[in-house]
Design a protein around this ligand. Structure first.
Ligand code: NCC
Length: 276
């Protein structure tokens, strides 16, 4: 029940969601201290121009999917939080180009985050739930999770690995579009890592294939492909407006319903290929 046509919605996403990483010239980060931590190169420079990209949700329905080879055939693969590869290659592949992590993981699970080899592959991006349309200064003073010290520790021990901080403006620009296109009132919490990762890849790639964000015939109450934990809220959302995110992604899907059913696969154009 989205209000805009898929074409118009893609244009809104392209034109109103500004996907940028925090740079040394941004507000409170323009200090000599921060200059030594923030990556010198932009994300665009680091990844180059990407063709076909895959976004791999962490959903339980990836289990027994045998999608590993297909996922690895992409030019770049984005994964989330602590989603593992070891022991799950057959279903989720092994390539990791970008890992998007939330600030809770970086802060609450700091010791694991700093120690586990899982995080040492590819480009890292961390995001934090900011107050609604807050200025960077305001957010910097009161982040949802104060991940800044953990970020600095990680950068000190892995100076060669690109590690970006997502500009928090993006989450609310995206949330506004979700709200405008829903009949119901959406709780004012930021979109899930999944939805943020999809839009990040749409800015970097020619085409984006999303796996098990819209669940396939393997849909299950098991939260993650790598855990035994059951909770329907994982797929439908509790804190994050997941249900609304999924409705929007379904609306702009350029693949077939058959692809969703059998592979949990959605096909989205990169913004370069959206003509408004
Ligand atoms: O579970 P999480 O998400 O890491 O999953 C990553 C993204 O995959 C999509 N997903 C996941 C499970 C499922 N059954 N269906 C799905 O569609 C979602 O798009 C999800 O965003 C997050 O978004 O950052 C989240 O992070 C976890 C947790 O913080 C991390 O895994 C780190 O441990 C949150 N869980 C809790 O706080 C308990 C989750 O709510 C959101």
């Amino acid at each position: 029940t989205a209000k805009l046509s898929p074409e118009k919605l893609l244009c809104q996403l392209r034109d109103r969601v500004n996907v940028t990483m925090i740079q040394g010239s941004d507000g409170p980060f323009d200090t000599s201290e921060w200059q030594q931590y923030l990556p010198g190169k932009s994300l665009n420079e680091t990844v180059g121009r990407l063709g076909r990209c895959a976004v791999v949700s962490s959903a339980g329905s990836l289990k027994s999917s045998h999608l590993g080879q297909e996922i690895d055939s992409h030019d770049a693969v984005l994964r989330f939080n602590g989603a593992p590869i070891k022991g799950f290659q057959e279903d989720v592949g092994q390539k990791t180009t970008i890992r998007l992590v939330n600030s809770q993981l970086v802060t609450v699970d700091e010791q694991q985050f700093l120690r586990e080899a899982l995080y040492n592959t590819g480009i890292l991006i961390v995001w934090d739930p900011a107050p609604y349309h807050a200025e960077i200064h305001e957010w910097y003073r009161k982040p949802d999770y104060n991940f800044f010290e953990s970020y600095k520790s990680y950068r000190s021990t892995h100076p060669e690995q690109p590690f970006y901080i997502l500009n928090p403006k993006m989450q609310w620009q995206l949330w506004d579009i979700l709200q405008e296109n829903s009949m119901e009132h959406i709780q004012p919490n930021p979109p899930s890592s999944g939805m943020l990762g999809i839009v990040i890849m749409m800015t970097l790639c020619d085409e984006v294939h999303v796996y098990e964000f819209l669940p396939s015939k393997r849909q299950t109450d098991i939260c993650h492909y790598y855990q035994k934990f059951h909770d329907r809220a994982c797929t439908m959302g509790a804190y994050h407006p997941l249900l609304f995110e999924k409705n929007l992604v379904k609306h702009i899907n350029q693949g077939t319903d058959e692809d969703i059913y059998t592979h949990g696969k959605v096909i989205l154009p990169g913004f370069r290929n959206v003509h408004c």
